[in-house]
Design a protein around this ligand. Structure first.
Ligand SMILES: C[S@@+](CC[C@H](N)C(=O)[O-])C[C@H]1O[C@@H](n2cnc3c(N)ncnc32)[C@H](O)[C@@H]1O
Length: 289
């Protein structure tokens, strides 16, 4: 344990942030390496007297921070955790770091399904860290969920995150290509959610280094036009959804209209393009007939 005065620590923190990066990334570093939450730091700022005990020395923390800043290594991978809504999730470079914009999927669900005492059966295709499915099963303890992914290692992490976040057992994990592992649930789903890989090939090549060099390509690339996976998910959705069941998709910033047309072609109704917080049509939703 390293003892350091709070003033010295706050000075050191300011110096690290002056090199670049943002407060949020630094908060991830302090939380995972030193167990200091954002509210702990706020308290230190209010009362900077006394000493602090750290289980990692400042040189080590600085080296991790510089790895993040200068080698573009995502802080979540360096620390092995990501914060998403009110969840603290384990992440490795096998899983996509869950994005803040995806948090809105949960709000879309809240808007559609206001009644939390209703039982419902949902599936998430391509669960990654498990963020969306875990948040839903926590918010709706009566719901039953199926979370799928093509990668066994990813599902292992999602399952670990579920066990660490929930006392319930209302989420099951299945491995396989999109709908394939759900053959037994045809016509039974009230809601299907997916944030599939949707980046078009040319946009993928131009992604920032911290994404392209570190995050799994399989989680990002959506084929030549970005719609390869979305097309497959929409085309087969009618076999799996109940009548009037909902499909909620996240898409690339400019795909809303095309996804809407795909939904129309496959007999979906109540179609809506939902904006994210930057006013971008990030989600497309619809009901099967
Ligand atoms: C954009 S990530 C979304 C992860 C997570 N749901 C989230 O929102 O953070 C897409 C996920 O789909 C999975 N995936 C890619 N191709 C797949 C396929 N053919 N079948 C099932 N899952 C697939 C990837 O492994 C990845 O975890």
């Amino acid at each position: 344990m390293l003892s350091i005065s709070v003033k010295e620590f706050l000075f050191w923190k300011k110096k690290q942030l002056s090199k670049g990066g943002d407060e949020q990334a630094f908060a991830v570093l302090l939380d995972c390496m030193c167990g200091l939450s954002t509210s702990d730091i706020n308290l230190l700022n209010i009362n900077p007297e006394g000493n602090l005990y750290l289980n990692k020395n400042l040189e080590y923390l600085e080296s991790v921070w510089e790895d993040h800043l200068f080698k573009f290594h995502p802080i979540q991978y360096l620390c092995g955790i990501a914060f998403w809504r009110n969840l603290k999730l384990k992440v490795t470079n096998k899983v996509l770091i869950p994005r803040p914009e995806t948090e809105l999927i949960i709000d879309i669900v809240f808007k559609i399904f206001g009644n939390k005492s209703q039982k419902l059966f949902f599936a998430e295709l391509g669960t990654g860290s498990g963020a969306v499915s875990i948040a839903l099963t926590l918010a709706y303890p009566l719901w039953e969920g199926l979370a799928t992914d093509i990668d066994e290692d990813v599902l292992e992490i999602a399952n670990e995150n579920y066990i660490n976040s929930s006392k319930h057992s209302n989420l099951r994990f299945y491995c396989g290509d999109w709908w394939t592992p759900l053959e037994n649930f045809k016509g039974k789903l009230d809601l299907v959610i997916s944030n599939p890989p949707y980046i078009p090939k040319d946009a993928y090549e131009r992604l920032p280094m911290e994404v392209k060099n570190f995050e799994p390509k399989i989680a990002l690339l959506g084929g030549e036009d970005g719609l390869k996976h979305i097309r497959e998910i929409i085309q087969k959705a009618p076999f799996f959804l109940k009548e009037k069941g909902w499909l909620i998709l996240e898409n690339h910033f400019d795909q809303g209209e095309k996804v809407k047309q795909l939904l129309l072609k496959n007999k979906f109704t109540s179609i809506e393009i939902v904006n994210d917080l930057s006013g971008i049509g990030r989600f497309t939703i619809g009901r099967y007939k």
